[in-house]
Design a protein around this ligand. Structure first.
Ligand code: ARG
Length: 424
């Protein structure tokens, strides 16, 4: 009797507090079918989508007292997902200029960066490498409602080799530092994955090759062995995490794919065998094809060192050619921009580049919605305006299936059924 009463009371309390929001618009891009839906009515209850109908053909059930967000004239899409950002990254402070700022500078800057990302329509991001566990702190502050920002999947520190792309290589030997993400040899990699998970990582980031922005590394050169990569992927999977590998060079890319890493980031020098392997294994490819433009026009003024500018010139063009090849081969793609290399909030500029180099607009949109959700293992939660998923919705003007660059101007952002900004 006592138990029954409590259950009934609980049920009453939960119905009484259920919050319902109804979103209407002129059109909706249904990313799952690839079709435009006219006069969509989306009902969101307690942050999750309870129903989606087209008012022309079906009658929506709208609970009494529901809050309304009517968006006449607008096109709605699912909240966007960027699979590769660095929330603490500030593009205006590059090279040795970073030494002028105190240690917590990046952590503090991550707060406005997260807000700018959300306001640009990105309601979910993976932060693939940040200092000082800033991504974990932000995730906690955002999830608990203290700060505005996207849903964050944090990697904390990127795991990599001594002297590799993700180590600290800017200091002279007497001031030498080692990144907390450094691990050499399979057993050390195992221990490091466990440690990062313990300290808040929910995705594992590894640095399989050299990079563009690090000092004294070669983007084409592999920096983690197959055995280390295999250990990283297996250990991450055992702990329930996906894994992402920074990899520019063809050998590092193939080793990472063979090792079972879930997403390859940058992918610049991938060869035909690599594309074939990725398709065979179902590995997601995240080419960051926008940021080259920003670095080559603004990098020097921001303090990017000549060594790094030179590497960018070498990598950018080939990366786009290989993106076109992978697009043609219909490899599985995700939207990874490396936000932080360019200013946060400009993430959507990558859509137009992806279309210029071979994806159709709907394919490009899927990289940042349904594909990204699958790659996260969050296809029940994000990536489509569909029943059961979070009420994460953006509204723009016009038809993004005709002109994908319209996504660069997002008018309204709704996250978990809450409107986070007003019309601009
Ligand atoms: N974080 C990457 C690196 O330093 C950025 C590469 C950017 N360049 C490019 N063409 N995608 O290697």
């Amino acid at each position: 009797m006592k138990i029954a009463l409590t259950a009934a009371a609980l049920l009453l309390a939960s119905t009484a507090s259920a919050k319902t929001v109804v979103v209407t618009a002129d059109r909706m891009v249904d990313v799952l079918s690839g079709k435009m839906v006219e006069q969509p009515v989306v009902v969101i209850t307690d942050g999750r989508i309870a129903s989606v109908v087209s008012a022309g053909t079906q009658r929506p059930f709208i609970p009494e007292g529901a809050e309304r967000i009517d968006l006449p004239g607008k096109t709605i899409l699912p909240g966007l997902i960027d699979m590769h950002v660095h929330l603490g990254g500030t593009p205006l402070v590059q090279g040795y200029r970073a030494l002028e700022y105190t240690d917590s500078f990046n952590t503090v800057m991550a707060v406005p960066n997260a807000e700018a990302t959300l306001k640009a329509g990105f309601t979910t991001v993976r932060s693939l490498g940040d200092y000082d566990y800033a991504d974990v702190a932000l995730q906690q502050a955002i999830d608990d409602g203290f700060l505005p920002g996207p849903r964050i999947v944090p990697a904390t520190y990127a795991l990599g080799a001594t002297g590799g792309h993700c180590d600290e290589n800017t200091n002279r030997p007497s001031d030498a530092k080692t990144s907390p993400g450094v691990a050499d040899g399979p057993e050390a990699v195992r221990a490091k994955v466990r440690e990062l998970r313990k300290l808040g990582a929910r995705v594992l980031k590894v640095c399989a090759t050299g990079g563009v922005f690090s000092r004294n590394t070669d983007p084409g050169a592999q920096q983690m062995t197959y055995e280390e990569l295999k250990m990283a992927a297996d250990e991450a999977h055992m702990l329930g995490m996906k894994s992402a590998a920074h990899a520019h060079g063809a050998d590092g890319i193939k080793a990472a794919i063979r090792a079972g890493i879930d997403t390859i980031e940058h992918v610049s020098f991938i060869d035909d065998e690599g594309i074939r392997l990725a398709k065979e294994k179902g590995t997601w490819l995240g080419f960051d094809v926008y940021n080259t433009e920003y670095t080559l026009s603004e990098g020097e003024a921001n303090g990017v060192l000549p060594e790094n500018l030179e590497k960018e010139r070498r990598v950018g063009t080939i990366q786009r050619e290989n993106f076109a090849k992978a697009a043609k081969a219909e490899a599985k793609m995700i939207f990874s921009t490396d936000g932080g290399i360019y200013p946060h909030g400009l993430n959507a500029r990558q859509f137009a580049v992806m279309v210029r180099f071979g994806l159709s607009p709907i394919q490009a949109i899927r990289t940042a919605t349904s594909n990204a959700a699958q790659a996260l293992g969050w296809e029940k939660d994000v990536g489509a305006i569909a029943v059961g998923r979070y009420g994460d919705i953006i509204a723009i003007e016009g038809d993004p299936l005709a002109d994908v660059s319209l996504l660069e101007k997002v008018d309204v952002v709704i996250k978990g059924g809450e409107r986070v900004n007003q019309d601009r």
